[in-house]
Design a protein around this ligand. Structure first.
Ligand SMILES: *Cc1c(COP(=O)(O)O)cnc(C)c1O
Length: 480
């Protein structure tokens, strides 16, 4: 048989194109402010320009790379732009991108310790570092009864927490027999939608989720939580899980953990704490008071992929008691049996999350922490908070705008005094202009604008120009 033609990219060619791709990314970083922040692409626009069938014959890498500029860039919303103030940041950085590249280069599957010991051990170690970095108690570290794991997202983390809580509350009977329709979970009306999704995915039924009302600062009211739990118990139901938020998505409200955890202890409920956005801020000691009470949590999650210069995906998920989580998610088919697992001396992270396979995500986090050091991380997070606080002062001092929620960190919720419809038009006009991107939320029936500072390269001048643009745009719109 003659030797088959080899279609692969040889290492020397890979080296050449690898350099080109890194050059492309470096140039992108330099020219990022020349693009409209919010993509102007219309629905279906990209697909119209793509061939309807996959190519029969391989194409030169040069033309593939050229299509990034020609086809892909117009459909990109520039999350890494320093003028991106929308949603929450999903920031990244040089060391993170390089860590991600190496992870792809190694291409390992870290489902078991045995399938790449370094992938597991680096993850355990970096998450122990991280627990210290953000001031978590020792029981979340691997030497204690708990431990940390990297999840793809805070959504997956809350699902895993909910499943472990469900099994803990039912003596692992739900795993065996399915839901009995009695389990009830609790969160605040301002909690992230991922809690509702977890409840749906876990098979509880959405009616088994209670949304607890918030106080005037949009934080969950622990008295109403306690009342609702008691009412549900009296109705013969089985309360088992509370998800509290440190830094809500709408307005960065902080649910009062000390009071909520008291209710949880008294009522024997699993307390999950969602610090998706806020979490990294706790590397600064002056912001740690905001997470007071986190030591009483059964699980805690936060996202370096939001505000710690680590590209998506990277969520740090901690549990106080890993045994329940592992027993909940563990399934051991014959083909995965191995000596290391059987010895009990190693961690197999496949039992700590939903999928089997897992990427080597600890690498980029390790790079970021080592590149910046705690000093660098603190410097940039403080800087973002400082810039947001300056913006908040401008809003407070302005005649036309006002604050609509407390702004303890890097998110400012505010509104023009001319009403909801005006604010809606204002937001649309600002984002159409392409010079910056902000989003909205609704608080107490009021349409608010959100200005969140957290992009890697956002500086004082971007925030100042953003505020000027908001004022100028408002002045150019007709009042109702
Ligand atoms: C962003 C956010 C989430 C969702 O994060 P993913 O990692 O995208 O799942 C959950 N909770 C809060 C408070 C958030 O801000």
């Amino acid at each position: 048989m003659s030797e088959a033609r080899n279609f692969h990219m040889p290492p020397e060619e890979f080296r050449k194109w690898g350099h080109s791709v890194v050059d492309w990314i470096a140039d992108y970083q330099k020219r990022i402010e020349t693009f409209p922040v919010l993509s102007r692409s219309n629905p279906g626009e990209l697909r119209k320009r793509l061939p309807s069938k996959a190519p029969e014959h391989g194409e030169p890498f040069k033309s593939i790379l050229e299509d990034i500029d020609r086809l892909i860039l117009p459909g990109i919303t520039h999350w890494q732009s320093p003028n991106f103030f929308a949603y929450f940041p999903a920031n990244t950085s040089g060391p993170s991108i390089l860590g991600e590249l190496l992870s792809a280069g190694l291409g390992v599957q870290g489902m078991l310790w045995a399938t790449s010991p370094a992938c597991t051990e680096l993850e355990t170690h970096v998450l122990d570092w991280m627990a210290d970095m953000v001031g978590l108690p020792d029981n979340f570290k691997s030497a204690g009864p708990g431990g940390g794991v990297i999840q793809d997202s805070a959504s997956s983390a809350v699902l895993c927490a909910l499943l472990a809580a469900r099994e803990g509350a039912t003596g692992f009977q739900t795993n065996e027999h399915g839901c009995d329709g009695k389990l009830v979970a609790y969160t605040s009306v301002h909690a992230h939608s991922s809690v509702e999704k977890a409840v749906k995915v876990a098979g509880l039924g959405r009616r088994q989720l209670r949304l607890i009302e918030a106080d005037s600062a949009y934080a969950m009211r622990p008295d109403l939580l306690a009342n609702q739990v008691q009412a549900d118990r009296a109705a013969g139901l089985h309360p088992f899980f509370v998800s509290a938020t440190l830094g809500t998505t709408s307005s960065s409200a902080f649910d009062p953990l000390p009071e909520i955890s008291q209710v949880c202890r008294r009522e024997n409920l699993w307390l999950h704490v969602d610090g998706a956005m806020f979490g990294p801020a706790a590397v600064c000691p002056e912001f740690r008071h905001l997470q007071r009470g986190v030591e009483a949590a059964d699980s805690y999650a936060f996202n370096p992929h939001k505000w710690m210069f680590t590209n998506f995906d990277c969520d740090c998920f901690y549990v106080a008691d890993r045994a329940v989580l592992i027993k909940t998610l563990s399934v051991l088919p014959e083909y995965l049996r191995n000596q290391a697992t059987e010895s009990g001396a190693v961690i197999d992270y496949r039992d700590w999350h939903i999928p089997l396979g897992r990427r080597f995500r600890a690498l980029k986090l390790w790079f970021v922490i080592r590149h910046y050091g705690l000093e660098g991380l603190r410097y940039h997070i403080r800087r973002h908070v400082e810039l947001a606080q300056v913006f908040a002062r401008w809003v407070e001092e302005s005649r036309d705008f006002e604050m609509t929620a407390p702004a303890p960190l890097n998110l400012v919720c505010f509104a023009h005094k001319a009403g909801n419809e005006f604010n809606r038009r204002l937001l649309e006009r600002i984002n159409q202009g392409g010079q910056m991107y902000i989003t909205h939320c609704v608080l107490g029936g009021r349409y608010c604008l959100r200005f969140c500072v957290g992009q890697t390269h956002t500086e004082a001048e971007h925030v100042r120009r953003g505020w000027e643009l908001i004022q100028q745009t408002a002045a150019s719109l007709n009042r109702p």
